[in-house]
Ligand binder design. Sequence first.
Ligand code: URA
Length: 201
Amino acid sequence: MRVSLEDFEASCLQCQRCDLAKERQHVVVSRGNPSARLMVVGEAPGADEDAQGRPFVGRSGRLLDACLADVGLDQTDDTYICNLIKCRPPGNRRPTPAELKACRPWLDRQILEVNPEILLLLGATATATLLECRTPISRLRGQWTEWQGRYVMPSFHPSYLLRNPSRDSGKPRSLFMADLANVKHALNGVVSGLTQDSSDP
Ligand code: URA
């Protein structure tokens, strides 16, 4: 691993920037390939992730890995997977604005270090927070957006797909698979329908 990325991880593992540090078992930094062209960003670690110190290792993660594999993306080689915030909010509640703000410099540095061409944002919180916009996920999902010189694809969070398991056409699971297929195409050099500006009018 690159020295600067190692430095980043070592500092992140010591983080005391918010009260989540008090109750965590692990700081959950990443899994996957630090040289991947695709970074996947979720919301926050849950109980399994807090216990193991790796993101998306519970039910949502297993579904995510299976969906990535279905479009020919390997979770270990083709992706670098992380979250908006690195410590588990108690009871899996939503991260507070203060926690999101405290943790944001870690994500910004992570993005700079990994330098992905494409970011796949999982769910409304990851999308609204990273893009700093209030446009509903229902409008942004499936649309390429440019953000700081990178392509961004907002989509559903896997936990939402677990609650909506139908694979019928037009349902969240099939829309998510279409978004992943779109990402796979983009990695092959085809980005269609790029939206230039995702911010609020
Ligand atoms: N949900 C997330 O957003 N991230 C995880 O790591 C696990 C579940």
